[in-house]
Ligand binder design. Sequence first.
Ligand code: SAM
Length: 261
Amino acid sequence: MSLVSWAVPIAAQWMPKLSSRVLASSGYTRDVDAFGDGAFEVWNEATAERQDRAWRPLVAEALERGRPRADIEALRSALHACGDTLESVLEVGCGGGYLSELVDAWYPDSRYVGIDISEAMIANARRHFPGRDFRTASAYDLPFDDDEMELVLDGVALIHMPDWKRALAEYARVAKGRIVLHGLTLTDEAATTRFGKYAYGQPTLEFVFGRTEFEQTCEQLGLVRELSLPGLEYDLRRYIGIPSVSESWVLHVEAPARDAS
Ligand SMILES: C[S@@+](CC[C@H](N)C(=O)[O-])C[C@H]1O[C@@H](n2cnc3c(N)ncnc32)[C@H](O)[C@@H]1O
């Protein structure tokens, strides 16, 4: 193992605030109380700007130079498994709207709507992609009718939601056809566990899902997994002692959504 691959996690653990200026994530801990009361607020403008700087080159690399990072390639495969055309796509937790650029390139005729709980993220998305439909809203109470959208896409957002079962039930209610959960962190060796970290410098709550509980929740909601693809390496063993992987799932909405809480 190279010196850099050892040094970066150590720096990220022991100098979390400092390293968060150069790393997307740092300061992982299962002691979420250590961040203090009210630390896990919605992402602010500085966080939105930092994520923006990290993501725009990745999208350009994928679309302009044809060199998608492994997670973007997994997303492309997951979406294409849902069809060569998609009537409508709702992205939940759309952040600065980067994935809308990919959806637009891959599905130019589809209706895209992006929602995010953070006004700062939505402001960024609107600034960068003025013609697109971005709204401030919560995954827990989606402002859409039952079966209104053909596909609900979650890109690395569910892992930040304490009431992820409620969000998943909302996805099942609004999606007519399929749900794509992109960037799910899963473990086969522990129960669902929450932890804290600095994401782009801001204290952020995150979850690693116990695979069995996650699969059972999907089943209760009438969601049948059709595809699972590996994503970027994301092993939390070194940070919080829980081995994990990142995957992208395609779920088919088979039955009327039931409450999984
Ligand atoms: C890691 S970012 C992912 C952004 C984007 N989907 C991407 O892949 O680049 C997670 C996003 O989820 C949003 N989020 C977290 N909880 C949410 C909730 N309850 N409802 C809607 N959005 C939420 C955050 O504000 C943040 O923008």
